[in-house]
Design a protein around this ligand. Structure first.
Ligand code: FAD
Length: 596
């Protein structure tokens, strides 16, 4: 057998969805050559994910893509809330009436806790429009490296690399690619199976049909600030979901929409387009509804996680390693964060600046996040169904009986007060989906790429909703707006350049600059020392935001990894150079630090 391969590349990325395109961009910025293939002929034809959380937008800010996403995203005022309704339209005077409304995901920038957390607001851009933006940036960073219509059909690996057999779908011909590492960003279709990893958990929990259409719903849709509409038409007794898809307008006058409807058990209507459309007409309460249909898709709600995310030189990324339901908007954003986590580690190992064990920390860090997000998404979905039950809505009951129950939500009768309070409380619990700030932003890593300092976690009154900014190692570096010498404003995360660590010391403390320069010279890894202070330093912290959260004394320092995660902190050191060198060596799995 010949050793010749048609293509040799350091990293092969299989899949060009959110995970693969993000990995391509980040690795290009890190100077790593990649080849990205997708079996599809182009980017997603389905709207799919649309919610892009703050921490994911920081990844895009870092890659220089955030402005293009915000320019196309729903504006903040159209995604500030979510609401529950008695369907959309219909003859009943209460048809379409709002049951409850609550703020969602930082209330479009109105919630100060979310503004404190990050320089980025949440965005909302369906995958059908997001992926072309990511593709354009990925292609411009690495021309010719993103190839569609190329399917991975076989994968083998040995001690020095991975060999992939790929089929060109237009010609049917196959060729081989030899890579040092492979990122499986294929949504779980091929790579996992090839390396013997089977996702574990619950499959086919609920079947859903999604209809993407163009229609004018502005006569019936209300509440311009509402992004996701949870509709419980009493004559149906089941929930449907309606989401505006823009592309120009995102309120009740949105041009495009997606309608989701879940079917119980093995309901055969799911497989018949006409029946899905008829069901949609009925649920929306518009008998002559004739939208322009773009696509009808079926998908099943799953709660699956891979038992491992690394197999030798192959890494499972995004949906290849974990598949969630959409409730909570955690699928795509988790995929983006996976890519961010693996990219800088791969670049460091490929450049010989880190030990191979650094790559083990990908799984150590991301698997717990994946498990939690799968659990949260599932719980969010179940609770939606429980709300319907609490309102007394039942698909087996008559429309009259369901209406009679639901009207108690709006009733002023004293006998209904307890019922109303219960519904209000049930819906309030759903803020675990729409205000899940600590799940999205605050999660913390414990791994060999973090030097823990044994300090206890700050007291947190709500582990799902409350993010407490903090520099405990493993946490995202707390956000602060800083002022540069030229009076320009930038965020702490903007100080991080691809592949570089930053070491933050007090504005008046020079000792850490020398330590960073020495360790950089010894280990070959860039450590940019920055002094941040209220009255002096390289950057001014006018609002004292960093001072409030830095968690170390004026003699101390905070080391931040290239992915914005605090790697180590100290209150001060007798020998700053040695303590920094020990910390960086540990983070990079450098077992024998190079002597200076
Ligand atoms: C209806 C719906 C709504 C959703 N809403 C949300 C939401 O609001 N927020 C959220 O965060 N998530 C949501 N999700 C989930 C989200 O869409 C996924 O988590 C996300 O697409 C995962 O991205 P990925 O890049 O890992 O995988 P994918 O997007 O599945 O991309 C996989 C890529 O791999 C390619 N591929 C597959 N097999 C091969 C092969 N053998 N060779 C080469 N290429 C291959 C495919 O062509 C594709 O390019 C939703 C999903 C659905 C179905």
């Amino acid at each position: 057998m010949s050793n010749a391969h048609d293509i040799d590349v350091p990293v092969l990325i299989v899949g060009a969805g959110g995970a693969g395109l993000t990995a391509s961009m980040l690795l290009s910025d890190l100077g790593v050559e990649t080849l990205t293939i997708s079996s599809a002929l182009t980017t997603s034809a389905l709207p799919k994910a649309h919610v892009i959380q703050q921490r994911a937008m920081e990844v895009f800010r870092h890659a220089g893509v955030a402005d293009d996403i915000y320019a196309r995203s729903a504006p903040p005022q159209n995604l500030a809330a979510t609401a529950w309704y008695a369907g959309l339209a219909g003859d009943d005077p209460d048809a379409g009436r709002r049951i409850a409304k609550q703020e969602s995901w930082g209330a479009g920038g109105a919630d100060p806790e979310w503004l404190i957390a990050s320089p980025c607001l949440q965005a909302n851009l369906p995958q059908i429009r997001l992926e072309p933006v990511l593709r354009a940036h990925a292609e411009s960073k690495s021309p010719g490296s993103i190839r569609f219509g190329q399917e991975l059909v076989e994968l083998t690996q040995d001690d020095s690399g991975v060999t992939a057999r790929i089929q060109d779908k237009s010609s049917g011909e196959t060729y081989t690619v030899r890579a040092q590492y492979l990122l499986g960003c294929d949504g779980g279709r091929t790579v996992g199976r090839q390396v013997g990893v089977e996702l574990e958990g619950m499959r086919d929990i609920l079947y859903t049909a999604s209809v993407h259409f163009t229609a004018d719903l502005s006569r019936w849709a209300t509440d311009p600030d509402v992004l996701i509409r949870w509709m419980w038409p009493p004559h149906v007794g089941l929930m449907s979901v309606l989401v505006p898809m823009g592309p120009e307008r995102w309120g009740p006058d949105s041009e495009e929409w997606v309608y989701h409807h879940s079917y119980p058990g093995e309901d055969t209507r799911l497989w018949d387009d006409e029946k899905i459309i008829a069901g949609m007409r009925d649920a929306l309460g518009i008998p002559d509804f004739a939208p322009e249909i773009h696509m009808i898709t079926r998908w099943s709600f799953e709660a699956l996680v891979a038992p491992q995310m690394r197999v030798g030189r192959v890494f499972l990324v995004g949906d290849a390693a974990h598949r969630h339901g959409p409730t909570g908007g955690l699928g795509l954003t988790t995929a983006i964060q996976d890519s961010r986590n693996i990219a800088w580690k791969l670049a460091a190992v490929l450049a010989g600046r880190a030990g191979d064990e650094l790559l083990d920390t990908y799984e150590q860090e991301r698997l717990p996040v994946a498990r939690r997000n799968v659990a949260r998404s599932t719980e969010n979905a179940m609770h939606h169904l429980a709300i319907g039950g609490a309102m007394g809505l039942d698909p087996a009951a008559t429309p009259e009986a369901n209406w009679a129950n639901l009207r108690r939500v709006w009733s002023a009768a004293p006998g209904d007060a307890e019922f109303r309070r219960r519904i209000r409380d049930m819906i309030a619990v759903q803020s675990q989906e729409f205000d899940e700030h600590n799940v999205e932003y605050g999660y913390r890593y414990e791994s060999d790429a973090v030097v823990g300092d044994g300090t206890p976690a700050p007291r947190n009154v709500d582990e799902v909703r409350v993010y407490v900014p903090d520099t405990r190692p493993g946490s995202p570096v707390p956000h602060a707006w800083l002022t540069a010498d030229d009076d320009s404003r930038l965020a702490i995360v903007d100080l991080i350049r691809p592949g570089e660590f930053i070491l933050i010391a007090d504005g008046a403390d020079d000792r850490w600059n020398a330590a960073a320069a020495d360790v950089q010279a010894a280990l070959g890894v860039v450590i940019r020392a920055v002094r941040i202070g209220h009255a002096n330093g390289d950057y001014l912290d006018h609002r004292l935001s960093w001072l409030r959260r830095r968690g170390v004394s004026a003699d101390g320092a905070v080391l931040v990894r290239p992915d914005g995660v605090v790697a180590w902190r100290t209150d001060g050191a007798d020998d700053p150079e040695q303590s920094l060198r020990d910390a960086v060596s540990a983070v990079l799995s450098l077992r024998v630090p190079v002597a200076s």
